[in-house]
Design a protein around this ligand. Structure first.
Ligand code: IMP
Ligand code: MG
Length: 178
């Protein structure tokens, strides 16, 4: 697995600093609110499980799965709900927790359908942001780190469902997908 990595982009120490900072900021901003953290499966599970432990105010969590990739490295633009949320959203201040904001098509779709369910508020927290590859005009409210337009894996992020268990974020050798 390690032979497939070009370079480590964000190591474990840096990741935990980033996630701790986000958790502290979220805890301040959502004090007195009704926080519901929504993890978008599967990519954000590692980030979510670390982030929620840095959130020091009461909160609930839920999970949603969508598909936008068909095993390749670029989004298809077609988003489908594979697993919906278990709870109604009225009265909640939603925080969508995503691994990476790339073209923006996935989050644009998710934000639209969740807004229609009338939560009190809705914001986005993404670990990684690739601002250069945006196709839909959407920005996250909380960004862990901006990265260049390279395909990254690890810390939840996959290539063809593998590498999610790497404890760091790395760049995959382009020869593996080109
Ligand atoms: P978007 O709709 O193009 O913004 O795609 C967002 C989704 O694509 C993310 O939730 C990831 O699952 C996936 N994705 C985008 N860029 C990468 C990457 O560099 N590595 C792994 N997955 C990625
Ligand atoms: Mg994802």
């Amino acid at each position: 697995m390690l032979n497939d990595i070009d370079k480590v982009l964000i190591d474990e120490k840096k990741l935990s600093d980033i996630v701790k900072n986000l958790g502290e900021k979220i805890s301040e901003d959502y004090r007195g609110k009704n926080l519901l953290m929504i993890s978008i499966l599967k990519g954000s599970v590692v980030f979510m499980s670390d982030l929620m432990r840095y959130v020091t105010i009461p909160c609930q969590i839920d999970f949603m799965a969508v598909s936008s990739y068909r095993g390749g490295i670029k989004s298809s633009g077609v988003v489908k709900i594979l697993k919906d949320l278990d709870i109604p959203l009225e009265g909640f201040d939603l925080l969508i927790v995503e691994d990476i904001l790339d073209s923006g098509q996935t989050l644009t779709y998710i934000k639209k359908i969740l807004s229609a369910r009338k939560p009190k508020s809705i914001k986005i927290c993404t670990l990684l942001d690739k601002p250069m590859s945006r196709k839909s005009p959407i920005e996250a409210d909380y960004v862990g780190m901006q990265i260049p337009d390279e395909f990254v894996i690890g810390y939840g992020l996959d290539y063809k469902e593998e590498y999610r268990n790497l404890p760091f974020v790395g760049v995959l050798k382009p020869s593996l997908y080109s």
